[in-house]
Design a protein around this ligand. Structure first.
Ligand code: GLY
Ligand code: MN
Ligand code: MN
Length: 464
């Protein structure tokens, strides 16, 4: 090929490439949450968090990383809950800096800075319109800067600061070793900061943020109720369609189909659909087995709506009728759940519901001869009864006394796998009843109560 021919070919290829992107295509950006948390709430949260930190500190909150699965394929993106809680910003490669003492930047003092990627038309052909700097103004954050400026900005404004806080860890109470931390961007930035500012305190424990997330405001409660109501429909649908021989994955599909049909964007955690002995495995989620006539099915499934999740468990007989032994153990779990819910009151220690549930199960299992001594209880009831619930299924919380506006789960259970040192008649029975409880001035409010909880109620629902 002559040189001129070669140049012509290159030109033709180049023009084909540029023409692949028609000029002036403009995608319209739409914020994904129409009836979500109003933006002024995020502002209030940022202000509250800033006000509880010293003037010489900086708070850095980073978006979750994109997790690559293969070549051009990523795992579904889920924003970091702490970052979302403070910004309402659902996209990756963004960061928030809160400066309690204010920072002078480009002639203006600001106390809050959002860093995001500007819009990029060639990227939008693949991903649609994402929030750019102009669109991000809707979030109401004082100053918005390009994400590429983040590192320089932090380095520049650290002089004179004594402490830098990261919001990356899900809770301050879980001592995750640094190497295992899931937030790699944050980890890199931290290491760099350590080298450049050896005297600076770098902390990840944000007690104030944890305490704030523990109490849900009216809008959060509204979204949680929606996530719970959608989940209830999913549970009803799975229970109604159950019959002996159906597979765990079919039941899971019915559950999750209903979640999505009702507007949930996602599941809040991997659905647990365990039949027979699988019901005895606490976080079982392979869900591959075919059910057998006589199996109990433990369905622990919750929809995520606008990033808030429900966490609900019901246990039902796949053939629609509890056996007498299944009913005996079921009623113990139900009694334990009811006594735990009664203890879910303002001012009670966080462990009060668990202690109440434990007491019931201990007494009843001893009476049935399934256990003799108290320390054997953990063979069949090996987990706590409650955790906080919100943006995360295991939401952060102080673990102190129960507070007005908090939402906790109450989820006692009895699990007797085959081979257990008790009469064989109890083997293969796994039961958990899990409800989502709002702590209020008027006492505990069971937000998932509408889903039948008694053996009679479940049997009636399944016969319809
Ligand atoms: N679904 C997880 C849990 O109940 O904690
Ligand atoms: Mn739970
Ligand atoms: Mn659960």
């Amino acid at each position: 090929m002559k040189f001129t021919q070669y140049c012509l070919l290159v030109l033709i290829c180049l023009s084909a490439l540029t023409q692949a992107q028609p000029p002036n295509i403009s995608y319209t950006y739409e914020y994904p949450y129409v009836d979500g948390i109003p933006f002024f709430r995020y502002k209030e949260r940022r202000e509250m968090l800033r006000n509880s930190h010293g003037e010489k500190s900086l708070i850095i909150s980073l978006s979750a990383d994109i997790r690559n699965r293969q070549n051009d394929v990523n795992h579904p993106y889920r924003q970091s809950s702490n970052f979302l809680y403070l910004t309402g910003m659902p996209y990756p490669q963004s960061a928030l800096i809160l400066a309690p003492g204010g920072i002078m930047h480009e002639g203006k003092v600001s106390k809050e800075f959002l860093f995001i990627n500007p819009r990029n038309s060639s990227k939008e052909a693949w991903e649609g319109a994402l929030m750019g700097i102009e669109e991000a103004k809707m979030l109401g954050i004082e100053t918005i800067l390009p994400y590429s400026d983040l590192k320089t900005f932090v380095m520049e404004h650290l002089k004179g600061k004594d402490t830098i806080y990261f919001t990356g860890l899900p809770t301050a109470n879980i001592p995750i070793p640094l190497a295992e931390k899931p937030f790699s961007v944050e980890q890199n930035l931290k290491e760099e900061l350590h080298k450049s500012f050896p005297d600076l305190y770098i902390k990840t424990s944000l007690q104030k943020l944890i305490a704030m997330r523990e109490i849900k405001d009216a809008d959060e409660i509204r979204l949680m109720k929606k996530a719970i109501d959608i989940s209830l429909e999913g549970h009803v649908s799975a229970m109604k369609q159950a019959k002996a021989g159906i597979t765990e994955y079919e039941l899971e599909a019915m559950m999750e189909y209903t979640f999505k049909k009702e507007g949930a964007e996602d599941i809040g955690y991997s659905s647990i659909m365990g039949a027979g002995y699988n019901a005895c495995i606490l976080h079982y989620n392979s869900n591959r087995k075919a059910t057998l006539n006589g199996d109990l099915v433990l369905a622990d499934c919750g929809a995520e709506y606008q990033n808030y999740t429900a966490d609900i468990t019901r246990t039902f007989p796949v053939n629609g009728t509890f056996s007498p032994d299944q009913k005996t153990l079921y009623d113990i779990v139900l009694e334990a759940a009811d006594s735990a819910i009664l203890e879910s009151k303002i001012g009670n220690p966080f462990r009060a519901p668990h202690n109440a549930a434990r007491k019931v199960i201990l007494k009843r299992l001893q009476a049935l001869g399934i256990i003799e001594k108290e320390d054997q209880l953990k063979w069949y009831f090996m987990h706590g009864t409650s955790h906080y619930l919100g943006l995360d299924v295991h939401d952060p919380g102080t673990g102190g006394t129960l507070k007005d506006g908090s939402i906790i789960t109450v989820e006692p259970g009895i699990y007797i796998p085959p081979g257990s040192p008790c009469d064989k008649r109890w083997w293969n029975i796994g039961i958990r009843i899990e409800d989502d409880i709002l702590i209020t001035q008027q006492g505990p409010l069971n937000l998932s109560e509408a889903l039948p909880r008694t053996t009679d109620g479940i049997e009636k629902l399944m016969k319809k």
